[in-house]
Each structure stands twice: as C-alpha cells, then as structure tokens.
Ligand binder design. Sequence first.
Ligand SMILES: Nc1ncnc2c1ncn2[C@@H]1O[C@H](COP(=O)(O)OP(=O)(O)OP(=O)(O)O)[C@@H](O)[C@H]1O
Ligand SMILES: [Mg+2]
Length: 549
Amino acid sequence: METEKINAEVIAVFPNKVKILVDKLEDFQLAEETLKVGSYLRIADNDNAVLIAVIENFSIEVISGEKVPSDRRYIIEANPLGIIRDGIFERGGDTIAIPPKKVEPAKKEEIQKIFEESLPDKKKFCFSCLSTDETICVPVDGDKFFNKHIAIVGSTGSGKSHSVAKILQNAISAKEGTYQGLNNSHIVIFDIHSEYQSAFPQAHFIDISNLILPYWLLNSDELQELFIDTEANDHNQRNVFKEAVIESRKRYFKGSDEKKNRIHFDSPLFFEINEVLQFAKDKNEEMVPGQGTNKKMGPLNGKLSNFVSRLENKINDRRLDFLLGEKSKTITFEDTLKQLIGYGEDTSNITIIDLSGVPFEVLSITVSLISRILFEFGYYYKRLCAVKRADKHINNDIPLLLVYEEAHKYVPNNEMAKYRASRESIERIAKEGRKYGVSLLLASQRPSEISETIFSQCNNFLALRLTNPADQNYVKRLLPDTLGNIVDKMPSLKAGECLLIGDAVVLPSIVRVQRCNPEPSSNDIPYLQLWKEEWHDLDVDTLRKIWDY
Ligand SMILES: Nc1ncnc2c1ncn2[C@@H]1O[C@H](COP(=O)(O)OP(=O)(O)OP(=O)(O)O)[C@@H](O)[C@H]1O
Ligand SMILES: [Mg+2]
C-alpha cells in the first residue's frame, strides 16, 4: 500500500552520483524518520537487486509558469554505495542504468542488515551508531581498523578526545572467551593536556615526576638537538661532542674489542654526560707546548665556552631530570621498555604518558625517543616471534597502538628544525609500522598542519565537525572521490557526530560516537555557572610550587 504513494525516480546517472526527482516530498518520507543528508535510499525495479545510495544534497527547482504558486520539484543527489543482491550486500554501485528506477527511502531492516551481516561477529568492533537512526549500530572491522593508522580530526570541541576515549575503552574491554583479567591490548597515549587519566583510571600513568628516559638512547640528531646550539652551526662543537660521546661509550662498554671498535655516535650504549662536559672543558682550557718551555693555547682554547655553558645548563636543569638525572643513568633498556608498554609491576593495557610537564624545548626529542623505542620494540619483537613461532602466520602477537593527541604538534607539515626529531620517528612508524604491529591513532584539530606523509598513510578516518575551510579542503582531498559532497556536511555536525570512512568501514556513514564512560577531563568549562558562584580563593603559594617543581 505504502509503495503506491511513492513518486520518485532516477532522472540522471553520473559516475558516482545519481540524480533523483521527487514530486511530493511529504509522500516520499517514511513516517518514522525524516530524510537528511546522510540518509540512505534504495533504488530498484524489483527486490532482487537493490542499489543503496546515500543522500548527498537536496534542492528545490521552481518551475515558473502561469501558476501561482509555481510548481516545485525536489531534486535529490545521492552517492551509490553498493547493491543488495539476494539478501547480501556488496560494495560498489556502477550497475545502475536508465530507464528510470523506482526510488524509496531505504527500509530500516535493510540498513540494519547491511551493518549486521557484512562482517563476521568476530571482527566487529563497534563504538558508534548511525546519526540518522541511533538504534542502528555501525561496526568496523576491528582487525583492519587497528592494523592501519587511524586519524580523528575535528575543530576544538567537536568530540575528538571523547571519541578517542570511547574507542580505547571498547578496545581494552573486548574479550574472546570468559577469562578474568586484562585482555591483550597494548596502547600508549601521548597526552599533552593531561586529559586521559580520568577516562582510564586503571592505566599505567607516567608523568614528568616518574618518567625516566635515558639520554644515552637518543640518536645522534636528537643528542645534537639537545646539547648543541644548532643555529650557531659550529663544527668545533659538533666534533668535540661527537668524539667525547664515542669515547665515553667505549669506556663503559664491556664487550669484545672487535665490537668496541665498531661503536659509533648512534650506538644505543651508555655514556656519561659529565665526561662529555669534562672533555669539552679540557679542550676549552687546553694548553699545548709552545716554544722552549713556554706553553701556548690549544687549538680550541676559549672556542668552546658557549658549548660548555650550554652543557652545564642542561645538566643542571632540574626540569630535565627525567632525561639527564641519576636515574636515567642507571635505568636499563629493559626497564625503559617495560615502563612504556605496561609490562612493569602493575601490568596495564594502557600507558598514559602525560607530557604536560615536559619543557617545550625537549618535547620533540622526548616524543621521538619514546616513539622510536616503541617502533623498535615492534621490529625486534617480530624477529623474536619469527624464531619462536615459526609455524604461525602472526608475526607479532603483542601489537601496539600509539595515540597522539594534538598530532600537529609533533608531526607538523613544515620543515622546522625543532620538530624534526619527532616527525622523523613518527613518519617512520606511519610508513613501516604496520608490518611490525605498531600503528598510530592521530587526533588533531588542524589536519592541514599535519605532515602529509603521515596523514596519507591513514586508512580510517573519523572526521568530526570541521569549521576551518583550509582543514575541510585538506581532509576532502584525502578522501575517496565517491564521497563527493557528503564531506560538506562536516561544518554542521554536532559534538560526537562524524563521518566514519575507511577500509574498515562497511559503508561510509555519518555516525554518532557513543558516550565514553568515564570521560576524559576535557569537558567544556561552564564559565557562566562558575562566574556566578561566590568568589573563589586562590592559593598562590601552592600554585607557585607546582609551577617550578
Ligand atoms: N559522542 C558525543 N556525544 C555527545 N556529546 C559529546 C560526544 N563527544 C563529545 N561530546 C561533548 O563535546 C564536548 C567536547 O568534546 P571533546 O573534549 O572530546 O572535544 P575535542 O575535539 O577533543 O576538543 P579539543 O580540540 O578542544 O581538545 C564535551 O563537552 C563533550 O561532552
Ligand atoms: Mg581534545
């Protein structure tokens, strides 16, 4: 009976687009839902093969004539997504042909069936539902989703942090079977605004007060960035520094002479930073034999004063204790790794590295060092697995996910030297990490400022509300053409609503991410409510103590 009323037909077919003419919009809508951009349509002559398309835009054509009011026709443009044939949904929809086909809003059961049946239950990972119908859950293929890199983009307040939290909360609670205790998920969050501890009370929490990173694991670029005034471009400094580091490494090395001779600037072996300082001081004050019994100044005498004072400043800077302090000298590589991936005394699925106290000038090398250690973990662990589990297909049974909040801060789309270290480390993971079971989740409010190398390696996207046109265009460029103008909906999404696209997604969809529980501490501050309260006292003394720890 209902179908009799339907009055819509396909009037034009383009690559990736169909144009539909509707006579009476009121009759076209289904009683239980209103059609919106993002709603699904079914296009068919019979029920054997049904093309499913998603509405991209509506328009009204006014046909002017004698009649007042004039005739109106409704035009819908939609993107074909796939075909339901014999009850099974397949992606791809290029089989539509004129003559016109009958168009109706897709039935809820059809859409539900697509999302329910297109993935085996084992692979389903769900954190969102359709924004046009919140009773329909939208699963992604969990293996594909986490195996390739993920990008979550959106303007400030669009819901990135909440989405990250929801995805990770579901990941750490997913279990196969009925065992007690932790599942085998391994996640490291680089938390720049101290937001995530409240969302993951169980997480292993590291901040500047308990983070220990060995400076001697920094590579040569990072070491130079830290200790040398790179802008001065002083060869003497570089040479003296390099020589001192290598010498000190050799002095502490306990292996064979043959191996000792192969030690170089980048060898991940202990060296004593105070020896480097002493070496530089000696060179800076060196006297060499001159004429007769006289002595004259050595070749570098007085030329290293800046370098010496820079080294001294760094070594004495208490804010850098996590990197240069006594504990950094005694911590082993094994313990460094364990603290970073939750294999310490309290095992944990999630490790939160709160970077809020890390001085800005060492943020890049800190992130770089940690990222590199984690990438190399994946690399070497794969080799270990190859030996141990030669019979198995899986080459890393402890895959990691590294989460970078505000990713544009570590991997910006420019060549500035101060970001070089973190950009290189993370770009390497973007390019090679997948093979070694190390993948990235990048969240950013400025996608156009993220390194393109990294962004283009992402396979799955949550595009939340984006208001900046430069960012919208950037995201648009990276998305498949077939999505056309759906992307234009990005500025009007509500908090938590996003365009979910990528190779793990059954259908590109506008979804609402489920609320996370507990929440990250990133909620909007209720200004007016707070301002209306009675004057709050402020303990400036305590504040001061935190300020310079
Ligand atoms: N799925 C959701 N459903 C409803 N509201 C949400 C959802 N996700 C987030 N919000 C609301 O939107 C607000 C902003 O969320 P969130 O802090 O995650 O944004 P953000 O994109 O991380 O912002 P910023 O860039 O400033 O860090 C929060 O107050 C939250 O309550
Ligand atoms: Mg946030």
